[in-house]
Write a new protein. Sequence first.
Lengths: 555, 102
Amino acid sequence: MYNYNEFDAAFVAERNKQFRAQVERRVAGHLTEDEFKPLRLMNGLYLQLHAYMLRVAIPYGTLSGRQMRQLALLAEKWDKGYGHFTTRQNIQYNWPKLPDVPDMLDALAEVEMHAIQTSGNTIRNVTADHFAGAAADEVADPRPVAELLRQWSTDHPEFQFLPRKFKIAVSGSENDRAVIKAHDIGIQVVERDGEIGYRIIVGGGLGRTPMIGKVLNEFVPQAELLPYVEAVVSVWNLLGRRDNKYKARIKITVHEHGIDDIRARVDERFKAIRPTFTGIDTALFEEIKAAFAPPAFKEASTALYETAYKTDPIFRSWADTNLWAHRAPGYAIVQISLKTPGETPGDASAEQMRVMAEIAETYGHDELRISHEQNVILPHVHKSDLPAVHATLKKHGLATANIGLISDIIACPGMDYCALATARSIPIAQQIATRFDELKLEHEIGEMKIKISGCINACGHHHVGHIGILGLDRAGVENYQITLGGDATETAAIGERTGPGFSADEIIPAIERIVYAYLDLRESPEETFLAAYRRAGMAPFKEALYEKKEAYAAE
Amino acid sequence: MAKPFSPKVVTANALIEGDVVYLTAQDAWTRDLAQAELLEDEAVAQDRLLFGASQTETVVGVYLADAVPGATGPEPTHFREDFRRTGPSNYFHGKQAELSDV
C-alpha cells in the first residue's frame, strides 16, 4: 500500500491546523457562516438534517487494518458508534459536533487519512475497482494510477474552483466494477501490443441528466496520462457552464459541444501543456507502483476449504455468493456484505469495523477495500483460511450470503439524513430486503441490482440499477419512481421509467410484481433479470405493474 | 389573489451541535417543536425570521417552516419537518432519543 511521504504528512497536518483555527474563529463569532461554509466544505464537513456530517475519503477504497480500526475509534469516540460507507468509497459520520471535528481530522491524519476535497467544486476522491490488485481478470492494478491522480489533484491550484464537482474512477479490467462510464472521467487500463496504456472515457454521469460516458481516447500511453487528464479537466474548466449549476458538469459540456469538438480541444491543450511535464510524473508513478506490489502470497493446501464446502451448507452458500476469483492460486476475494436484511445498507458498527480489521490483519495480508456497492472486501484470503474467516464474520453479523442478489441494495442516506433528499431511501431498502428474505426467493431470482436514490442527484445510482428506485416529493407525500434495465458495468445503460410512481406503501408490492413477472417470463434460470428485460422489453413489466396488479398480488 | 399565509415556525440548526432548533416566543431556541412560537401573521413571521437569522453565533440556516397548531403546540405539515423534529427512521437516534431522556 502507498504510505504518505513527508510532503503528504506535512500538507495534511497544515490543513488540519488551519481548519482547527477556522473552527475556533467560527465558534468565537469571528467568522460568519457565509465565510465559514466554504472552508468547512473544503474539509468534508456538511450540515445535514439532524446534525453535521463528516465525509472521509478512502482513496480508491483501500484501507489497512490500522486505518479501519481508526475509523472505528472515530465512530465510537465522536459519533454514535457506527459509520456509513458510500457509493464513492467514502465513509460518512452522521453525528459529529462542530468543535470535535478538528480532533477527528487529527485522528485521521495519524493513519494517513483526511477529508480534503470530499466536497466542493473540486476533483473528488478518485475511486477504483474494489477488486484491484486481486482480480483474475485484471490487466494491471488501477490503484497506482488512482494514487497518482490523487496526489496531482489534491490542492491543485488550477482546479480548486471548477464549474462543478469532478469525479474520476479507474478500472484495471475489461469487466467494469467501478462504474467508469458514469463518471466525469473513467479510466480503463488496457494493453496494446504488450504496452500498458489507458482508455479515457469522458462525460458520463448520473444526477438529473444521466449520461453514459463516451470514449475520448482509445489509448493514452503511460507517460502521457497525467498531462492528458490535466488537459481534459483544463478544457472543461474553461468551457464548462458556470451560469447554471445544472448544466455545469462535463457531461453537459460534452453533450453540447460533441465528443469530436472536445477531443480536438483536449488535443490542442495537451500539446501546449505536455512539455511542462518533465518526467517527474512518470518517475513518481514508478515509485507509487512499487508501493502497490502484491503481497507475498502463500502456497498451501486448500483441503480445509474443500472439506468445509462439502460439509457445511451455510459456509457453502456464503462461498457460492460472496467469493470471487483471485489471480493467485489457492486464493479468493471475500466480499463482506453490509446488507443484512433489515439493516441500513453500507453501515458498519465500530465493533464490526474492528472485527474486519482483525480478520484482514490475521488472514488477509492487512488489506481491506470498500466497494461502491457499499460492501467491504478482503482482497487476498487464502482458501484454507476461509472457514475461520466465515466463522468470525458470522459471530458479528457479517456473514450474510447475498452479494449481487436482490437484498444487496445500494441506497443513499435519503431523507433520514440528507438535507437535499426529497424522500427516504433506507427504509425502502430495508423493506425490500426483508420481504424477499421472507419469501426465500433471493437465490431463485439470481443476479439482481436494486439501487435507490432519495433525490434526483442519484447518489444511490438508481439510473444504472437493474431496478432503479427514485424517491420524490409529490405534493407533500413520498413517491417512488421505478426504472428498469439500468446497468453499471462495461455494458452500461440508463434505466427506462416504467410510468407513474408509487407511494411508500405501494412500492414494495410493485417491486414484487416486477420480480414475479420476470420469473414468469424468463426462458431459464440462467437468464438474468437484465437479460430478460433486454429480450422482452418494458411491456410485460409495465403490464404487471399497472394492469395486472391482482395476478401478481402477494400470496 | 395571493395565496393566504399559512402558519410558520422559525427553525434552524444549532451551530455547535448541528441539531434542529426552533425559535420560541421568549426569543430563545428550543429543541422541541411543541415549544416553538407559531407565527400566524406574515409580517410578524418575516420579522421573527430576521431576528432568528441575525443570531449567527448560535444558529445556522434559519428559515420559516410550515406548521399547524396541535394539542401540545405547533406540529409539522410536511414529512421533511416531521423527520427534522424526530430523527432518522433507521436508528433511534436524534431528537426522538434525546427528548425521551428529558
